[in-house]
Structure formats: C-alpha cells, structure tokens
Design a protein around this ligand. Structure first.
Ligand code: ATP
Ligand code: MG
Length: 521
C-alpha cells in the first residue's frame, strides 16, 4: 500500500521536474540601456542564460553581424517579470521579441587551446587567430570549494620581485591584493609576475590568466606585446574588455577569468589569475545595478558588491590531493584615490584577501620602484610556502628595513647623528637600493636569495648606497662565471645548505678583492 503511494509521488515529482526542464518562451515587454524586461519566464534562474529570437521564432542571425545567437543574462527576478542584461548588441532587441530560456547558467567554452589567446568574457577569441578548440563548458559563477576539498597553501608562487618574494611571499592558492593610486606600477607587478613564471620548470609553471576590466585597448595591446616579447604569452590567456564596452561584459569578465582558471585547476594544474582591476569592475556593477533599478547603498554601490567580490575571490584555492592538488592564485588589483584605502571598495577587498601589496605614489616619485610600502604590506599565508632559502635570508632584511623606517625621520639631521645611527641609516638605504628593480626584469628566486644573502653578509660593506645596484648585478654575473653550480644547486634544492653558503662566502670575498673600484672612499 505505502509503496504504491511512494511510487505515485515519485512519478508526480518526475513529471513536475520534466515540466520545469521544458524550455520556456517569454516576450520582451520593454528594452533600454542594454536591459530587457521579459514576461513569461516563470522558471528563470539567477545568472541563467536566455536566448533572443525574432517574433516568429527564428534565430537572430540576420539581425546580427557575427554570431547567430544573442544571449541575455538573468539578473533580476521580479514578481511577474524578469530583467536580463543583453550580452552583446542590445540595439537588435525589440519589444515583442521571443526569448527562450536555456536552463543553463551562464558558462563559457574552455579548452587547452585557450592558452596563448585573447578572448572576450564569453570565451570568443578576439585576437584574429581563428576559433579556439574547446572541450568543456565552465559556469561563470559557481560555489567555491569547501574546506574539506582544500589543502593548506604550501608552495610559493614567485613574483620575481625581490621585495615581494623576500618579505611578502605569496603561496599558490592565495589571494593577494595589489593596491595603490593611479600609475604607481600595479599592473607592472602583475605582469612581471606572469613573466617570471617562465623561469619555473615546465611541470610547475602556472597557467596565467590576465583579466583586463575596462582598460584602454591600447594598454591591453601593449601589455600583450610585452608578454609576447618576454616569451610569456605561450602560457597566458588574456580576457579583455575595454572601457568602451557595455557594463554587462565588464561585469562578467573576472568571473570568466576565474572560470577559465578553474578548468585548469580541476586538471591538477596551478593557475595564476590577475584581475586588473576590481575598482573598474565595481563601477561597472554599480552602473548595471542602477540600470536594473536596484537601490544604491554606500557610495552608491549596490549592497551586494561585497558578496560579489568575495564570491569571486573565494574561488581561489589550493585543492586537496584527492582532487588533483591544483591551485588558483588570485592577484586582484584595486585603484585608490589619493592613497585612501578606507573607501568602500578598497576596505571590502582588503578584508576578503589574504594580504595586500601597497604601492605608494610618494615612493614611486622618489624613484623607489617598485613603489612597495614594505611596512604596510602583508601576506598572511604565504610565508609557510616560502622556500627555505628565502626564509633564511628574509629575516634580516625585514629587520634592517623596519629599523630604517624608524630612523628615516632623523635623516634630515644627519649632521648631528652619532656614528652608530648613521651606519644604520646607511645600511637601510643600501637595502632600499637592493630592492629597487627595473620593470619587466623579474629575478628568479635563487638569484634573489644569493643577492640578499650577500647583502646580509657584507658585500655592501665599505661601499655607498649609490653603488649597490651595480655591485648586485656585478656579483650575480661573477657567481655565474666563477661557479654556476651555486645557481643550479639552489634552484633545484631551494635551500641554502652549508655547502652552498660556504661557496657564496668565498665568492663574496673573491668578488670584493677583484672589484676594488666599488669599495673604499
Ligand atoms: P594605472 O593606474 O594607470 O593602471 P598602474 O598602477 O597599473 O597604472 P603601471 O601602468 O604598471 O601602473 O605603471 C605606471 C608607469 O610606471 C608605467 O609607465 C611603467 O612603465 C612605470 N613603471 C612601473 N614599474 C616600474 C619600475 N619598476 N621601474 C620603472 N618604471 C616603472
Ligand atoms: Mg594598471
């Protein structure tokens, strides 16, 4: 008796489900500003894709220039209608058009072949190099991995930037914010990090994804040329949107980047994603929300912008062994106004990330480039992933620079200072010099470790801060010429063993003897 009731109920549920699966047809009742209001899509879901058709059900092929379909994205579910944003040429939409629900959340096609390409947030190539062969569809938004699916961050991602790798180390699977005013070198840090991955052995090299959100086309083009010239484009995908594009595309761009990243992460690969930048993303979302007539909140941003960004960044992860051990590291970028990090979007993203790299206009203008404010920058999880070699040398440099910051204020009274304080300030200045670095010239970690070790062990004793950078380059090429095994051993073993330390000590001595021009007043 009871089994028949269960059977009956099961059948009923099945028929209800198939009813829900049936595609629904709605009608456009209003359209404007890239938003269409649609009646009749009762079963529509948030972030679902809907497809526009002409009134008689034909595809929009003739109405459009390129692709045959025109999609909309459901963003507002209202009592008896839904609002969708048009992903593409909204001018082709007319009142009375038919809209078909697809039952699919917005996803983009992905495949191995997407590496090395420039695509738009819908995964369509825009580099003129033909179609991308794809083998999977990745949803643009998805629930992030839970705690049980993750393992702790235990491998470094080397940026090639001395100040970061030594003092603000980043681990694979971490979210590290790059924050600073306009033109302080934010993008350069991200790009140099991508370039630096070419020094990684091929099996460890992360796939890099650079998401340009509302950047000038010329900027994205020159950035791609830089990556190309450095040989970094072969492991990089660029998801590009420009300032002239409609806000819906800008809105989905970082999610598309994350989706591409997840495709590779699920295959057990390491991935690095740069979101350049989330300030422009927030503005695009604000625009979109105002068009959707959502009530504005603080600084006129929609109230859910925090959750939007936290959902996005929560997707970076280091997966457990059982899930293949892949990782997704995120470098979101935020632009501040006059260094004001207490504005709404900066505070949000600071609280969502595992640390931040602060860039300062003052430092930049003083010639301290990269303009990283080491005192205010932190990395909360990366140090457990730092190589032993780096860990060993970083303690002293941190201490020296902290002391230097305290004493810096007294520098203007330098004539009245005692010899000890003077020496400390001088020493600090040498470390500041050591951390300066040209753009697009990332330094592999083993060279960084050797240079910092040498600094900690007297290579700059008896010289002036002005000569530090020459000595550093001179010493590294001296090591390469005299005993390249030091490089090789350190690169492989990632540890400053007693044997290597003894070799470097001897090399420091040899270098100082052979290069008296740098030393003595
Ligand atoms: P925006 O706010 O416009 O996006 P940004 O903060 O991303 O700027 P970048 O575009 O990376 O800054 O850099 C600004 C300028 O500073 C560029 O002209 C770049 O070439 C220069 N620059 C960046 N880093 C360095 C460096 N380490 N040494 C010398 N010049 C640098
Ligand atoms: Mg930039």
């Amino acid at each position: 008796m009871s089994t028949t009731i269960v059977e009956k109920l099961k059948k009923e549920i099945a028929s209800l489900e198939s009813e829900a699966m049936k595609e629904e047809i709605g009608i456009v009742t209003a359209v404007g500003d890239g938003i269409a209001e649609i009646d009749g899509l009762k079963g529509a879901k948030m972030m679902e894709m809907v497809s526009f058709e002409t009134a008689d059900g034909k595809s929009l092929k003739d109405a459009l220039d390129e692709s045959g379909e025109l999609f909309g994205l459901v963003l507002n579910l209202e009592e008896d209608s839904v609002k969708v944003v048009v992903l593409g040429n909204a001018a082709a939409i007319r009142e009375g058009m038919r809209v078909k629900s697809t039952g699919r959340l917005l996803s983009i096609p992905v495949g191995e072949a997407i590496v090395g390409r420039v695509v738009n947030p819908l995964g369509e190539p825009i580099d003129g190099l033909g179609a991308v062969k794809t083998d999977a569809e990745m949803p643009i938004e998805r629930v992030a991995y839970g705690v049980m699916d993750r393992s702790s961050v235990n491998e470094p991602i080397h940026t090639g930037i001395k100040a970061i790798d030594s003092m603000i180390p980043i681990g694979r699977g971490q979210r590290e914010l790059i924050i600073g005013d306009r033109g302080t070198g934010k993008t350069t840090i991200a790009i140099d990090t991508i370039i630096n991955q070419k020094y990684e052995p091929e099996d460890k090299r992360p796939i890099c994804i650079y998401v340009a959100i509302g950047q000038k086309r010329s900027k994205t083009a020159s950035l791609m040329a830089k990556l190309e010239a450095a040989g970094a484009m072969k492991y990089t995908t660029i998801v590009a949107t420009s300032a002239s594009e409609a806000s819906p595309l800008l809105f989905i761009a970082p999610f598309a980047g994350a989706a591409i990243g997840e495709y590779f992460m699920q295959k057990g690969r390491d991935v690095l994603v740069v979101f350049d930048d989330l300030s422009k993303h927030a503005v695009a979302y604000r625009q979109l929300s105002l068009l959707l007539r959502r009530p504005p909140g603080r600084e006129a941003y929609p109230g859910d912008i925090f959750y939007l960004h936290s959902r996005l960044l929560e997707r970076s992860a280091k997966l457990s062994k059982e899930l293949g051990g892949g990782s997704l590291t995120a470098l979101p970028i935020i632009e501040t106004q006059e260094g004001d990090i207490s504005a709404y979007i900066p505070t949000n993203v600071i609280s969502i990330t595992d640390g931040q790299i602060f860039l300062e206009g003052d430092l930049f203008n003083k010639g301290v480039r990269p303009a990283i404010n080491v005192g205010n920058s932190v990395s909360r999880v990366g140090s457990s992933a730092q190589t032993k070699a780096m860990k060993k040398v970083s303690g002293k440099i941190k201490l020296e620079l902290a002391q230097f910051r305290e004493l810096e204020a007294f520098m203007q009274f330098s004539s009245d200072l005692d010899a000890d304080t003077k020496a400390r300030i001088d020493n600090g200045r040498k470390y500041v010099e050591l951390l300066k670095q040209d753009q697009n010239a990332p330094v592999p970690f083993f060279k960084q470790a050797i240079a910092i070790y040498a600094a900690n062990n007297g290579i700059f004793e008896g010289t002036t801060p002005e000569k530090v950078r020459d000595i550093e380059t001179g010493f590294l090429s001296f090591v390469e010429r005299s005993d390249k095994s030091v490089f090789d051993q350190l690169e492989k073993g990632r540890e400053l063993t007693d044997e290597i330390v003894a070799k470097i000590d001897a090399l420091i001595k040899g270098f100082k003897e052979a290069n008296s021009q740098f030393y003595g007043q």
